[in-house]
Design a protein around this ligand. Structure first.
Ligand code: AMP
Ligand code: ZN
Length: 140
């Protein structure tokens, strides 16, 4: 048995509350929801993070995302929705099988707190942003 909890869920070896499944992806309820309707969408292949995705596998997963989001919107009428995806432990990844979080939002105190999100525009001038962009473009 693989040690990956999401592979085990996909293979039915660990129970989950399934929402959707096709050849490529699996969607289920997050067991520790941040808000009502917190859902995870995962590739069936064991892909650890965004860096390991092929364009083809990524498009198969992301092509389902609007359907999941619209089902949540229709069901719960949230006033907003955050899609979140963590890569690496310092970024908050705790399960190392790619997963896209769908977090419906109901108000600012609905359990998902982004109030510590601070911007740092004072640290980056337009010229500095251009230098950063030029470096990134080399790698693209
Ligand atoms: P992350 O911190 O981005 O890696 O998110 C991992 C998510 O997986 C968390 O929101 C957990 O609540 C969720 N999770 C962990 N184990 C299970 C499970 N057995 N069934 C459903 N969700 C799970
Ligand atoms: Zn896995």
């Amino acid at each position: 048995m693989t040690t990956c909890i999401f592979c085990n869920i996909i293979e039915g070896k660990i129970p989950s509350i399934k929402l959707y499944e096709d050849e490529n992806v699996y969607a289920f309820m997050d067991i520790m929801p941040l808000t009502k309707g917190h859902v995870l969408l995962v590739p069936k292949k064991h892909i650890e993070n965004i860096y390991d995705f092929s364009a083809q596998d990524a498009s198969k997963l992301f092509s389902i995302a609007p359907r999941i989001a619209n089902a949540l919107k229709e069901t719960f009428q949230p006033v907003g929705m955050n899609l979140l995806q963590n890569n690496g432990a310092p970024a908050g990844q705790s399960v190392f099988h790619f997963h896209l979080h769908f977090i419906p939002r109901f108000d600012e105190n609905d359990g998902f707190n982004l109030s510590t999100w601070q911007t740092h525009e004072k640290d980056f001038s337009t010229e500095q942003l251009q230098v950063l962009a030029d470096k990134i473009k080399i790698a693209l």
